[in-house]
Ligand binder design. Structure first.
Ligand code: 3H9
Length: 692
């Protein structure tokens, strides 16, 4: 029987079954809450019914509260009211879990009297990733089931645990057969009735809390151990406070009220708005306007990577990780051996941390075949070039690849700055050429900039977008220009940073301002890590910048023991008197008298240069949405999630304020800050980047 559009109600003997079917992820929207409440009323009112099974159709159990309802006027029943009704029900409610029981979904299950799940299910409280906390009782009930230590880890990390782990901890009462959840849940409900089992309320359990009583140091130790990870974020600390409250003098209901007040504080804060923006931005990026959903996808069964350097090796690992065989091409045996050796060491390090097995290492290595003969790529569906960043070299390589690759194969370049159309012009198939810009370390960083050339075919774009998902990357489609989206904005920021060094700032002062803002790394720390010599050409180097001079001196960054900083053998960083002298000498040569620079100037010049460049990129259509620019900077360059990316950050301040700031910077520092016409336009219309 249909209760409403998303809920149905059936009976099987004395068991009522409430099924929610609200695609895509059964979020606890108002319709879902109303349907469940109404169905539960029917079950409780029917004397023939002894127990209730709550189950979801589709791919998952409730994936949480409906995030898209946040900030809108409340609709009854609230999730908290519904959960109270479930917990206080006079008949046992059994949550039957498949897919993911997340956030409000797990909180619902924790209010049921029993929980059964399929072995592949996962349970977690990921609210922290949205800048929130598990505010429907999750921070109070979870510790009562899994203990304080595990609960702290789950509410602050947000990662789900497997059904097996959940079962072992007592979070689940029973594991069902993988494909017989409904039947097994009904049978379980029958046993609960037959054995007259009690209405178990998690809120009444205290044994798992008792282990931690009288040990307040647990919380301080946890905070100290995770200080770096939580830096800048509000939600982990608020979640810890709630877990701490389980051991305080507060009654359960008082602790729930405390949890609610902290939840509401977080909800009203810009951090959560930013983190929710990032959540949706990531999903939005997967959608390409104007690309029909039925665009044919080219099956990618085998991949070739040209170049076994740091980038090429990392790129190859992505495919081996998901079982796709890779042919890795080099032009000399020593470089190939070195590249394969680095890949093996990377896998072995991962295995030593227990993240993969020794068997996995061999399986993955077995999928990567090294060769010195480019003709060996003839059968590959996708070829990714990752060689030296110089146009003539790339063009020559693409002509060679084109000659041996099979018809229909996609030819991709990992170029980070160069003109994709010029690269494509070296082939007979520019429609099958695309940019796949990976970020270093390519096996770790989640971002993949997918660069469309002027001739790139829709099917090639659709295939690349799908491929990003297959290899667990966030694929963002961008247009072709110098540096595309990410590096073009980086270049705008770097130009300001370099100018500030000459004006009087030190590399560590510039970096400190960026890390205080929330970046994991500053400009010069990043340059030294990536290699100060990336993009530097020894033959053409003419001591025309500080960077060139440092490179000419052999200061290529961490790998050579020095760059903008000095490094010891363990790569510990210290400010470099040598680099500072280079900066001072270079400034003097330019006739610049260096003077102290204040932090506010560094902050403003670096960040507003980024916003302005992002706006130009949007105006030119190089990025299709402001949220794409944000997701690129959050996933590829360490922009702090809690301020949402450069365009979201600008919107937070309001574009009139941004415009005024740019005009002031333009007056002081010149045309780099001439406001983008898009900012002028949006500010005049009272709009933000979010409105385009
Ligand atoms: C919460 O519960 C607060 C409570 O503690 C307290 C309240 C008082 N709501 O990720 P996908 C959409 S906070 C609305 O591509 P997958 C998503 O936008 C919540 N929409 O699929 C996308 O839409 P579209 C705590 C949601 O299979 C579509 O579903 N829960 C929600 O790769 C498919 O998503 C979470 O934080 C939602 N809760 O992964 C869980 N979730 O197709 C967040 C998803 O239009 N969700 N959508 O782009 C996830 O982690 C993943 O979506 C999930 C599926 C693992 C479930």
């Amino acid at each position: 029987m249909k209760v409403n559009d998303v809920t149905s109600y059936e009976t099987d003997g004395r068991v009522a079954i409430i099924t929610v079917d609200s695609p895509p992820v059964n979020a606890l929207s108002s319709a879902v809450r109303q349907g469940v409440a109404q169905a539960l009323d029917s079950a409780l009112a029917d004397e023939a019914i002894g127990a209730v099974v709550l189950i979801c159709a589709g791919r998952t159990f409730f994936a949480g509260a409906d995030i898209s309802e946040f900030g809108k006027p409340p609709v009854e029943p609230s999730l908290r009211d519904l959960l109270k009704t479930i917990e206080d029900a006079s008949k046992p409610v059994i949550a039957a879990i498949h897919g993911t029981a997340l956030g409000g979904g797990l909180e619902t299950a924790l209010c049921a009297h029993y929980r059964i799940a399929v072995p592949s299910a996962k349970c977690g409280l990921p609210e922290v990733k949205l800048g929130l906390l598990a505010g429907a009782g999750g921070t109070q009930r979870l510790p009562r089931v899994v203990g304080i230590a595990k609960a702290l880890e789950m509410v602050t990390g947000g990662d789900p645990i497997s059904a097996r782990a959940a079962y072992d901890m007592g979070l689940l009462d029973e594991l069902a057969g993988e494909s017989s959840l409904r039947a097994d849940a009904i049978a379980f409900a029958g046993r609960v009735l037959a054995e007259n089992r009690p209405l178990v309320k998690v809120r009444d359990k205290t044994d798992k809390l008792d282990e931690a009583r009288g040990k307040p140091e647990i919380f301080e130790q946890f905070r100290a151990a995770n200080a770096k990870r939580f830096k800048g974020f509000l939600a982990p600390e608020y979640s810890i406070r709630c877990v701490e409250a389980t051991l305080s003098d507060r009654s359960f209901d008082e602790a729930l009220a405390y949890e609610r007040s902290l939840f509401e504080e977080l909800m009203a804060d810009s951090q959560s708005a930013a983190q929710r923006h990032v959540f949706f931005a990531e999903r939005q990026a997967a959608k390409v306007d104007g690309l029909p959903a039925d665009t044919p996808i080219i099956p990618i069964r085998t991949v070739a990577v040209i170049g076994a350097g740091t980038m090429g090796g990392g790129i190859a690992m992505n495919f081996a990780n998901v079982g796709i065989p890779v042919t890795l091409v080099e032009n000399n045996a020593a470089a190939l051996d070195r590249g394969l050796g680095v890949i093996r060491r990377n896998y072995e390090t991962t295995a030593s941390k227990g993240k993969i097995s020794a068997d996995d290492v061999e399986k993955r290595m077995g999928l990567i075949r090294g060769t010195l003969d480019i003709a060996d790529i003839g059968d590959c569906d996708l070829v990714i070039e990752a060689i030296f960043e110089q146009m003539d070299i790339k063009q020559e390589m693409f002509a060679r690849i084109d000659a041996v690759a099979k018809p229909g194969a996609i030819l991709a370049s990992n170029t980070s700055y160069l003109d994709l159309d010029q690269i494509a012009a070296a082939t007979s198939r520019p429609d099958h050429v695309i940019g796949l810009h990976f970020f270093s370390p390519a096996n770790v960083m989640r971002l993949l900039e997918i660069v469309r050339g002027s001739a790139t075919a829709p099917t090639v774009i659709a295939t690349a977008m799908k491929l990003a998902k297959t290899i667990n990357k966030v694929g963002v489609l961008v247009g072709n220009c110098f540096g595309f989206v990410g590096n073009r904005i980086l270049a705008a920021r770097a130009a300001q940073a370099d100018a500030l060094l000459l004006k009087g700032a030190s590399p560590s002062q510039v970096d400190q301002v960026m890390t205080d803002f929330g970046f994991a790394m500053g400009n010069y720390q990043m340059r030294d890590l990536a290699g100060n010599d990336v993009g530097w050409n020894r033959e053409k180097s003419s001591s025309s910048t500080v960077r060139e001079i440092l490179n000419e001196m052999g200061r290529h960054g961490q790998k050579s023991g020095g760059g903008y900083y000095d490094y010891d053998e363990k790569r510990n960083r210290t400010p470099s008197p040598v680099a500072l002298q280079v900066i001072e000498d270079f400034a003097a040569k330019q006739g610049i008298v260096r003077q102290p620079v204040d932090e506010q100037e560094i902050h403003d010049r670096l960040l507003f240069a980024m916003v302005n460049e992002g706006a130009k990129i949007l105006d030119e259509g190089i990025a299709s949405r402001a949220s794409d620019v944000d997701i690129i900077w959050v996933t590829g360059y360490g922009w702090p999630r809690y301020s949402g990316g450069p365009m979201f950050w600008a919107d937070l301040q309001g574009l009139p304020a941004v415009l005024a700031k740019l005009k002031a910077l333009e007056a002081a520092h010149g045309p780099a800050f001439t406001p983008s016409p898009l900012i002028e336009r949006l500010a005049a219309e009272g709009k933000g980047f979010k409105d385009i």
